[in-house]
Each structure stands twice: as structure tokens, then as C-alpha cells.
Design a protein around this ligand. Sequence first.
Ligand SMILES: C[S@@+](CC[C@H](N)C(=O)[O-])C[C@H]1O[C@@H](n2cnc3c(N)ncnc32)[C@H](O)[C@@H]1O
Length: 265
Amino acid sequence: MPFGWIKPEEYSFNSLLLMERFQLRYALGREEPEWTQAMGIALAANPAVVWYIKHRCPECAQSVDRLVADAPKGVSAEKLRHAEVFVIARMEDFAIYTTPEKMAANCDFIRGWNKERLFSLADFNKKAVLDIGAGSGRLAFAAAEKAAMVYAVEPVGTLREFMRDEIARLGIRNIRVLDGFVERLPYPDATFDIVMSGHVVGDFIDAELAEIDRVTKPGGWMLNVPGDSEFDIGPWKELTSRGFEEIHYVGSFGKDVHVHRKQKL
Ligand SMILES: C[S@@+](CC[C@H](N)C(=O)[O-])C[C@H]1O[C@@H](n2cnc3c(N)ncnc32)[C@H](O)[C@@H]1O
């Protein structure tokens, strides 16, 4: 189901040139026939994107060659653009990360969210805080109003640069931005009083939670804080069954939101 964050027809297929290796690997791993045909048509007409993917993500090279070889030949300009827009639309999240300045206005989880939801989950005053998958900084910038220091880990370069530009523009002195994945956090054990994320954990939940637990100090808090959505965000058994407290509220779009917290013993 589309999130409705972008108008895909406004995005160039060259947006892929701003994407990271892990995003390209994910995209090239998709196998639905409609997707592979559209991707093949688009790649065959965009040699610079082919070159970029093959050099940025060598493990994708074979898939790229196969998609291009299998793509129908002699497609019209209209059919080509349709294929490019189809691909962008199906990579809606990755596409909007190439235009981070549009996120606050377009993404429901940012524009509908009230930072008091975060402050009600733990005491942030003078704490050392980690935000994992920080995105454009929804949680990090809020936490920095109270925390001693916030570390924002984000694997997408365009988003890291956006946060750094905002930090400079606003003269913020207590946020540091760096590269990293939830699966391998670049910090020693028991570093943070609060470790938070929103819309990040879930693909490999046990490994992700183990890594979050590892970097949290005893007595510290682990928080899952999605923003308000235009769709109901249901209860999440995967977290409650692993000892997280679940807190429900009706968000600014009138839909259910569930946030989670767990104190490390
Ligand atoms: C929907 S955005 C949410 C951004 C931010 N947490 C928020 O709630 O405003 C998901 C974020 O997770 C990041 N991400 C994706 N895979 C990740 C991973 N394996 N580890 C850490 N972050 C990841 C994306 O780059 C993106 O910034």
C-alpha cells in the first residue's frame, strides 16, 4: 500500500544515483514480475544508473545485467517514463529520502507528531541518548531539547547530511550524526541512558533488540516511538511478548498509535 509521501512522477529515475548500497541491494532483490519488467525497461534506458549500481553494489551486477537483457526492446518514450515512475512509486520511502527537505511536510509520521509523546515515555533531562535510523531527525531533534547529548545513527547519506545542515542552521551543539545500522551499532556496551527508534525495528527483531539492549545502560530505557499515522498502527505483539510495555493513544489523524518502552534491568 502506498504511503502517499511523494508524487512519483516528480522524481527523476536519476534519484537512484543518490541511493545507498543497502537500498540498491533491496531494490534489485525484488522479484515481482511487474517490478522486474519496469526496472528492466528503466535500466536499459539509463546507462549511468546501470553503471552506478554495478559499481556501488557489485553483488547486484548480475541482476542488473539480466534485467537489462530481458527488457523489451524499442519501448516508446511514454512507456519508458511509465516504467520509471512505477519503479520510483514502489520505492517511495527510498525516493523521499533523496529529498529530505520534503519529509516534514509530506510524511504523516513527522507532520502529525507531537514531541510530548516522546517526553512522556522517559526522563530525557541530561541523558545520553541514541536515536537509531534517525531519518530526518524527528526524534533526535526533540530529544536534544532536554538531553545532554544525542547520537543519531542513520545509514542513508542524504539524511545524515540533512540532519547536519539542520544542526548547523539551528546552532545545535548536542547532536552528533553518524553512519550505522541497527544490526551493528557503532558503540560499546552499556553506553546510553535512552535508546530510541521509530519505524526502524522489525525485520530481524531478535537480533535488533539484542543490539539495542547491548548498548543500553542498566536502568536505561529502550523506546519504540513511531509517529502518528494516517493509518491505524495496531498493537505489536512482537514487542509486548518480549517484555515491552505498550502505550496506546489516538493520534492527530484520529488513528490508533502504539508506542513501546522497556527498562533494562
Ligand atoms: C520511516 S524512516 C523513520 C525515520 C525516523 N526514525 C522517524 O521516525 O522520523 C526509517 C529510517 O530507518 C532507516 N533505516 C533503514 N534500515 C535501517 C537499518 N537496518 N538500521 C538503521 N536504520 C535503518 C532509514 O534510512 C530511515 O531513515
